[in-house]
Structures are given as structure tokens and as C-alpha cells.
Design a protein around this ligand. Structure first.
Ligand code: TYD
Length: 229
């Protein structure tokens, strides 16, 4: 092999590495937890890491991942009182739109979708938090999403007290849900933990009081098992 052939082979190898890597059928990862658990921080770190590995990553969120969803989000979080059934329907409507517009097309391309919140949030907030039967919330959301569940859900478990302190120290204004009583947030937390206990294969439960870096490392070691396949 002539010396001059080496650079071109090297260039070829690096251009292959730069091409977007895909996952057969896509990979859908969601982040769940109480308000102030640090979901967005960890979801962003994971997305950045995946991109650096060459994967196509789609970052999105419930509620508000689409233009329609942004309008729904504003109604849900900053409006006046919302009836609990209307609330459940609005979250499900936002989710259906995001799935059709963003998530399904991305998964079909083999992308990794990294999303803040999904059906588990409705089960925890509207099901466990409100006096609505969880079975009905589940049925409504399975209809809205045609039964699409993530392969991996990272639950950042946080005590409502720590979450409230974090919000206060960040100077954040509480939204309509965050203004709910402490008992509501305790029921939500228990709701999330019960969902995780029922589906240990889908959930990775982490103590959100840990350092950002430490949490990120644990998430990466779990995600590796989905990418290796
Ligand atoms: P989010 O923007 O994730 O809030 P934060 O970043 O503060 O955690 O979610 C907005 C609020 O909506 C949050 O209080 C949780 C609530 N919520 C529900 O009650 N049901 C749902 O299905 C979803 C997706 C969110």
C-alpha cells in the first residue's frame, strides 16, 4: 500500500464516524420526576453526549413540544383554575400532537428521542395527585398515543421539600401545578415511585439529590445497554 493512500483511508474513516448513527426503530427515552428534580439538565446532558457519539437526537417535551402544544402549555400552566378532567384532556391532547408531529417521525428515522415528561407524568399528577382514577388516565393516554411507551424512563426522584428549595434558590416563579399543596406533591412522588416499582425494566430510578455529574454517569451506563444492540 502506498503512503499516499493512508490519508485518504483515514479521511474515509472519519467521514463514516461523522455520519449520523441510527438505532433500528429509534430509541425513545423519557425523563420524569417532580418539579425541580433536574430533568431538563440531565436530558440536555444526555442529548449532548448522544450527539457527540454521532446519533441523531430529537429533544422535546410534554407539554409544549409543538406550536399547538405551546398554546396548550400556556393554558395549563399560567391560566386560571382548570377543571381536573379538562386538565387531563389537555395534557393528553398536547401529547397526541407531539407524538404525531415530532416523536413518531423521529423514531421512524432511527433517531433517539429525549423527552421531558410523558404519560407517567399524567399518571402521577392527574392520577395519583388528583382524585381521578389512574385506570381512566391510563386509558385516555393510551388512546392519545396509540399505546406508544418509551423503552427507557429515567425517574429523578426528589423530595418535594428539596424541589421547593431548589426552585426558590433559582428565583423561579411557581406555575399553577407547582403552587399545589405539599400533600399533592407527596402523592405525585409516591405515584411515580409506584409506577417505577411496577415496571422495573423500563424505569431507572435515581436519587435526584445527587450531584449532576454523578447522575449523568449513571444514566450513561444504562443507556449503553440500549445502544449496544
Ligand atoms: P414541566 O414543564 O416539565 O415543569 P418542570 O420543568 O417545572 O418540571 O411541566 C409542567 C407542569 O405540568 C409540571 O408541574 C407537571 C405538570 N404536568 C402534569 O400535571 N401532567 C402531565 O401529563 C405533564 C406532562 C405535566
Amino acid at each position: 500500500m502506498s503512503e499516499s493512500a493512508e490519508p485518504s483511508l483515514a479521511a474515509q474513516a472519519s467521514s463514516t464516524a461523522e455520519a449520523a448513527r441510527s438505532v433500528a426503530g429509534g430509541l425513545f427515552v423519557t425523563f420524569e420526576g417532580g418539579d425541580g428534580a433536574g430533568k431538563s439538565t440531565q436530558a440536555d446532558l444526555l442529548a449532548t453526549w448522544l450527539e457527540a457519539q454521532g446519533y441523531e437526537v430529537v429533544r422535546t417535551r410534554d407539554p409544549g413540544g409543538t406550536p399547538l402544544g405551546s398554546a396548550v402549555r400556556a393554558l395549563l400552566l399560567h391560566g386560571d383554575h382548570v377543571d381536573q378532567r379538562a386538565e387531563a384532556l389537555l395534557y393528553a391532547a398536547d401529547r397526541a400532537q407531539n407524538l404525531a408531529e415530532v416523536v413518531r417521525p423521529a423514531l421512524a428515522r432511527g433517531a433517539v428521542v429525549v423527552q421531558d415528561r410523558y404519560i407517567d407524568s399524567s399518571l402521577a399528577y392527574q392520577g395519583a395527585g388528583r382524585p381521578l382514577p389512574s385506570s381512566e388516565i391510563r386509558e385516555l393516554n393510551e388512546w392519545a398515543t396509540e399505546g406508544l411507551w418509551p423503552q427507557l424512563t429515567v425517574l429523578l426522584d426528589v423530595s418535594p421539600d428539596l424541589a421547593a428549595r431548589r426552585r426558590a434558590s433559582a428565583g423561579q416563579q411557581a406555575d399553577r401545578l407547582e403552587r399545589e399543596a405539599a400533600e399533592f406533591h407527596h402523592r405525585v412522588r409516591e405515584g411515580f415511585l409506584a409506577l417505577a416499582a411496577a415496571e422495573p425494566d423500563r424505569f431507572l430510578v435515581l436519587d435526584a439529590a445527587q450531584e449532576v455529574k454523578e447522575l449523568h454517569t449513571q444514566i450513561l451506563s444504562r443507556i449503553a445497554t440500549y445502544l449496544a444492540a
